[in-house]
Write a protein that binds this ligand. Structure first.
Ligand code: LLP
Length: 419
C-alpha cells in the first residue's frame, strides 16, 4: 500500500498524518487515498492500452459518490448491480453508454429505469430475464444491447463464498443454453441486440491461469457462435483481480494483460473489464480507537470502536486484514491479542491472535489495512450502530466524503406503530 506509509514512525496516507484524521473526523472512519485509486485504475488502463478496453469500475466494491466520480472523471465506466447503483451513477453524471448492469435478480422496475437511461449493456443471467428485458425495451420502443453472462465452469482458488463460475453457482448461463439463446432465441427477440459475452469467475483471484482458461473458453464460444450467424462484437471479462492483504503475490495488471492479450489478438473484439477490489482495496484503511484493553486468563483482547458492522470481511470470510498502530514506539515488545468489536456476537472480530505492541492502551488508534473495497459498502447498522464516516485524502489535504451517521439516521424510515 504505497500511499499508506510510516513516516518518522507515524502512519501517513499520502501527506496526511492518520492520527490527525482520526482525532478530527472521529472513529471509526474509512480513509482513502485519491492517488492510490487513480494509480490502480491507470495501471490497468496502461497494461491494456493497445486495445483500449472499457474499464467499468465495479461500484459494489466502494460506491461512495466521490470515489466513483473520481474514477469516472479519469475515464472509467461503471459496473452496477442494482437500481440503487444506477441512481448513484446518475448522481455523478456518469455516461450511460459506459454502464454495464449485472445481477441475477433485476426487477422490472430496475430494468425499465436502466433501459430508459440508455445503459451500454445488461449482463443477462437467465432466459427469463432476457425475455423481460426484450418486453420492456419493446414497450419503450427501444432496442437494448445485452451481454449473455456465461458460466464457463472453471474452478477458481478463492474463498468459496466468492467463486462464481462453477456449475453449482447461481450466476450466469451454461454454454448449451447460451448456444440456444444466440442461435434460436435471438431471432425472435427483436428488441434486444445480443452482441456481447460476459464472464466473471470470482473475486480475489491471485493467479492468471483461471482467467486464461475462462477467456479462452469465451473466445472459442464467440468464434463458434459467430461462425453460425451470431454477431458478437464485445467480450466482458468481469473483475476478480486479487490484491495483497497479507503475503499474497497476486498477478500485477501487466502480468494479467500479458496473459489475456494474446488470446484476443486479431479477434476484433471490444474488451470490457469490471475491476472493483483491484482499484479500491489497497486504497483505503479503516481507523479505529481502542476502547478497552481486556486481559483475561487466556488472552488479551483489544476492544475497538469498529466492529463487524463496519468491516464484515473477517467475520464473514475469515479474511485477513493487517492491523497496525498509527504510531510506532521504539523497542516495543509484542503480545498476541484478538482485536474485537462491541457487537454482541462471538463472530465479531477484526483479527485474531495478532502480534501487536504490548504497550497499546485505551484511546490509541489502529489502522485496519486494505479496507477500501467491500468495507463500507458491506457495512450495516447491526446493533443500532451508526455507520462510519469516510474521508478522501489528496496530497496534504483531506475532505469528509461521508458524514458519520446520527441517531436520527438510524430511525429515519421507521414508524412507531400505535399498538
Ligand atoms: N463483476 C461482477 C459481475 C461481480 O460480481 C463482481 C464482484 C465484480 C465484477 C468485481 O469483482 P472484484 O474485481 O472486486 O473482485 N464481498 C466480497 C467480494 C464479492 C465480490 C462480488 N462480485 C469480499 O469482500 O471479498
Amino acid at each position: 500500500m504505497h500511499d499508506f506509509k510510516l513516516k518518522k514512525n507515524r502512519l501517513f496516507c499520502e501527506d496526511v498524518d492518520l492520527e490527525k484524521v482520526a482525532r478530527d473526523a472521529g472513529t471509526p472512519v474509512f480513509v482513502y487515498s485519491r492517488n492510490a485509486l487513480l494509480d490502480r485504475f491507470n495501471e490497468i488502463k496502461h497494461a491494456f492500452k493497445e486495445i483500449d478496453p472499457l474499464i467499468c469500475y465495479s461500484m459494489k466494491a466502494n460506491s461512495n459518490l466521490s470515489i466513483c466520480r473520481l474514477l469516472v472523471k479519469a475515464g472509467a465506466g461503471l459496473d452496477i448491480v442494482s437500481g440503487g447503483e444506477l441512481f448513484r451513477a446518475k448522481k455523478i453524471k456518469a455516461a450511460s453508454k459506459k454502464i454495464v448492469y449485472a445481477s441475477v435478480g433485476k426487477t422490472d422496475e430496475e430494468i425499465r429505469e436502466a433501459v430508459k437511461s440508455g445503459i451500454l449493456f445488461f449482463n443477462v443471467e437467465s432466459v427469463a430475464e432476457l425475455h423481460g428485458i426484450n418486453a420492456i425495451a419493446k414497450s419503450l420502443n427501444k432496442k437494448q444491447r445485452v451481454a449473455i453472462r456465461v458460466n464457463p465452469d472453471v474452478d477458481v482458488k478463492t474463498h468459496h463464498y466468492i467463486t462464481t463460475a462453477k456449475k453449482q453457482n447461481k450466476f450466469g448461463i451454461d454454454i448449451k443454453t447460451t448456444n440456444n439463446i444466440f442461435l434460436k432465441l435471438a431471432k425472435k427477440l427483436k428488441n434486444v441486440d445480443m452482441c456481447c459475452i460476459h464472464i466473471h469467475i470470482g473475486s480475489q483471484i491471485e493467479t492468471v491461469s483461471p482467467f486464461v482458461q475462462a477467456v479462452k473458453k469465451s473466445v472459442a464460444l464467440i468464434d463458434a457462435l459467430n461462425n453460425k450467424g451470431a454477431c458478437i462484437t464485445h467480450l466482458n471479462i468481469g473483475g476478480g483481480l486479487g490484491i495483497v492483504y497479507k503475503d499474497e503475490k497476486p498477478q500485477t495488471a501487466s502480468q494479467y494483460a500479458k496473459a489475456i492479450l494474446p488470446i484476443l489478438k486479431n479477434k476484433g473484439l471490444k474488451l470490457i473489464m469490471e475491476p472493483g477490489r483491484f482499484i479500491a482495496g489497497n486504497a483505503g484503511v479503516l481507523l479505529t480507537k481502542i476502547i478497552y484493553v481486556k486481559d483475561t486468563q487466556v488472552k488479551r483482547f483489544y476492544i475497538i470502536d469498529a466492529a463487524m458492522n463496519d468491516l464484515l470481511r473477517p467475520s464473514f470470510y475469515e479474511a485477513y486484514h493487517e492491523i497496525i498502530p498509527v504510531k510506532k514506539t521504539k523497542g516495543e515488545k509484542k503480545k498476541s491479542a484478538d482485536i474485537v468489536g462491541a457487537v454482541c456476537e462471538s463472530g465479531d472480530f477484526l483479527a485474531k491472535q495478532r502480534r501487536l505492541p504490548e504497550n497499546l492502551k485505551q484511546n490509541d488508534i489502529l489502522a485496519v489495512m486494505s479496507a477500501g473495497a467491500y468495507g463500507f459498502s458491506m457495512s450495516s447498522n447491526y446493533n443500532s450502530r451508526k455507520r462510519a464516516a469516510e474521508v478522501l485524502v489528496n496530497g496534504k489535504k483531506y475532505q469528509l466524503i461521508r458524514k458519520r451517521e446520527s441517531y436520527g439516521d438510524l430511525r429515519r424510515n421507521e414508524i412507531v406503530a400505535n399498538v
